[in-house]
Design a binder for this molecule. Structure first.
Ligand code: DPN
Ligand code: CA
Ligand code: ZN
Length: 329
């Protein structure tokens, strides 16, 4: 979609992505594709969701862990907003450690149902704390992108599906359950899964799951299509002049069951207990030798434990990826 502005002698075609094209005549038709530009996701809205998750933890014994009232309240919060926005939501139950767990799956009506693009994040915390960087950030990021899909009445080519996983912290239980319960006919329709787990680490790195194995240390590339998923994210960070590095598909988050089933995957990650190197400190600032998230899995992973610049950039990256790879009608 292009907005056109006519000047006296030159035509200015100003796309909503901000690219400025000068020249041609006032009557020249725009030559670029008709795809809708990805929106700028509101950091304020994403932070509003983080505050909500923080409050939910405080009102429920301090955490949002599997089997707790805080987990269920987190799920109800996300589901309520998506239902009101027009998503078709489903709560999928499973049992782990004698407690009932829940995944939330939200489908945006429309698009090619044989070509499904997914984004997912785990919604549970560890029992030690509120789990705000891990992983209210990813949960809030994909939530706000989903709500923006609805607000803009987006009409993607692909069918978009968003997922919030339960019991990730106990060993990817919710996402494993989802993939194992998918009939083969449904599994083969999923053309890609984007994962967002920890996207606001206070000593942030800008890591992309290494779909093309260019940066890997041996985990190998993702299933076919993963390199393209990584490239889309790389393009976004390139457009805002932020360098990225690869991170291996080591199976530590919910993309694991998807790549095991041969589904292309990708996503971003700002770092957990690992320490920022000298080279990374040159690239991104922050503190050399310190953990990306010094509060990883600790009680101090609260709403103060977030780099809002990293969160904002990653939320915008999610939107860019879903809009670009999802296409638009
Ligand atoms: N799986 C994350 C956790 O919830 O503990 C940590 C993590 C995320 C590690 C992504 C590596 C990559
Ligand atoms: Ca933004
Ligand atoms: Zn996590």
């Amino acid at each position: 979609m292009l907005k056109r502005v006519a000047a006296t002698t030159a035509a200015l075609a100003l796309s909503v992505t901000g690219a400025l094209v000068i020249g041609g005549s006032a009557s020249a038709a725009p030559t670029s594709s008709t795809s809708a530009a990805a929106p700028d996701i509101s950091l304020e809205n994403v932070q509003g969701h983080l505050n909500e998750f923080q409050q939910i933890a405080e009102q429920n014994g301090g955490n949002r862990a599997h089997g707790s009232a805080g987990y269920k309240a987190s799920l109800d919060y996300v589901k309520g907003l998506l239902d009101d926005a027009g998503f078709k939501t489903q709560v999928q139950e499973f049992t782990s450690g004698g407690e009932t767990g829940y995944n939330l799956i939200a489908d945006w009506p429309g698009g090619n149902s044989d070509d499904v693009l997914m984004a997912g994040a785990h919604l549970d915390s560890v029992s030690r704390g509120a789990g705000i960087n891990d992983n209210a950030t990813g949960s809030a990021g994909i939530l706000e992108v989903a709500l923006e899909v609805a607000r803009s009445d987006h009409k993607p080519d692909k069918h978009l599906r968003f997922a919030w996983w339960g019991a990730e912290e106990l060993g990817l239980i919710g996402s494993k359950h989802y993939v194992s319960e998918l009939p083969e006919a449904e599994r083969t329709k999923i053309s890609g899964y984007y994962n967002f787990d920890m996207i606001g680490s206070p000593n942030a790195g800008y890591f992309l799951y290494d779909g093309d194995d260019s940066d890997g240390t041996g985990a190998g590339p993702g299933p076919d299509g993963s390199a393209e998923m990584e490239k889309v994210l790389e393009d976004y960070f390139g457009s805002i002049d932020v360098a990225t590095r690869g991170t291996d598909f080591d199976g530590r988050s919910d993309y694991g069951p998807f790549i095991q089933a041969g589904i292309a995957a990708g996503g971003t990650f700002t770092g957990a207990e690992g320490r920022k190197t000298a080279e990374e400190t040159e690239l991104w600032g922050g503190t050399e030798g310190e953990a990306y998230d010094p509060c990883y899995h600790s009680a101090c992973d609260d709403k103060a434990n977030v780099d809002t610049t990293a969160l904002d950039r990653n939320a915008d990256a999610i939107a860019y990826a879903m809009w670009t790879l999802g296409g638009s009608q």
